[in-house]
Design a protein around this ligand. Structure first.
Ligand SMILES: [Zn+2]
Length: 258
């Protein structure tokens, strides 16, 4: 079985000591590609370096909503340049976050719009972070020019079935990670069970949100198959079917080779 971890933060300090081991463990457990997500200009430079070190690692570049206040003038222009790097396969993470209060919402929305416009220009898909801001994210996505379909994923999807329908109607993929394996998240599992399989992506968000039974520990891309196993169980299907579908979906969205 081949897996793709569509969202991990391999450049974070948690992996500085043993990144090569982490990547190797992922490869040994069937992970054929990992998408390392940039969140600041510095982090985007680091994830691109990782793509040069490891054949299985691809990157996205962007400014995370929680960090847009800290962005310097000119950072965005450099992100636009970095987006041309050969193994950059997407933009973000971007989106809106009303849980933390690190950046004013208008500034987050301004940067979210920039990512969406750049996605239209470049054809690169966008990766959305949506925390306690579903209404605002949907409204902003709906305001985009309707000349072409939206090309992106809501990462760590934890919305209602109605929210899922809205996102699917907009043409988006939905990413599921360790949270669906947590015991208390039965409602999330119900929603995840009902998503058309050709729109489901799996992800770890490593080093965060490790799936059961590693909850609370450092997460890593090798654990993506535990989330996949959970999806297989709730959808009453095989892990093979989940692997085949989610890997094909990730390749389609991010235009990965394979
Ligand atoms: Zn993330």
């Amino acid at each position: 079985m081949e897996w793709i971890d569509t969202h991990c933060h391999l450049d974070e300090d948690a992996f500085t000591q043993d990144c090569a081991d982490v990547v190797q463990r992922a490869v040994d457990s069937g992970v054929v590609a990992m998408v390392a997500i940039g969140i600041t200009l510095e982090s985007c430079r680091r994830v691109i370096e990782l793509t040069e070190r490891f054949p299985q690692v691809y990157a996205t570049v962007g400014l995370h909503p929680n960090y847009v206040s800290a962005a310097a003038p000119g950072d965005w222009e450099q992100i636009v340049e970095l987006a041309k790097s050969p193994k950059v396969v997407g933009l973000g993470e971007t989106g809106l976050d009303k849980y933390w209060d690190h950046s004013p919402l208008e500034l987050q929305a301004d940067y979210f719009d920039r990512h969406l416009a750049l996605s239209r220009e470049t054809g690169l898909p966008f990766v959305v972070h949506c925390r306690e801001s579903e209404t605002e994210v949907v409204a902003q996505l709906r305001r985009q020019p309707q000349d072409q379909p939206l090309n992106g994923v809501i990462h760590a999807f934890c919305g209602s079935a109605d929210m899922a329908t809205i996102c699917l109607d907009l043409g988006l993929y939905l990413g599921f990670g360790g949270m669906v394996t947590f015991k208390k998240n039965e409602a999330q599992r119900q929603v995840a069970a009902g998503i058309p399989l050709d729109r489901v992506l799996i992800e770890t968000d490593a080093p965060y949100l490790a799936p059961t039974p590693f909850r609370g520990k450092r997460n890593e891309p090798a654990h993506v198959r535990l989330t996949a196993a959970c999806l297989a169980e709730i959808r009453q299907t095989s892990k093979e079917e989940i692997a085949d579908a989610t890997t094909a979906n990730a390749r389609r969205l991010f235009r990965l080779p394979g």
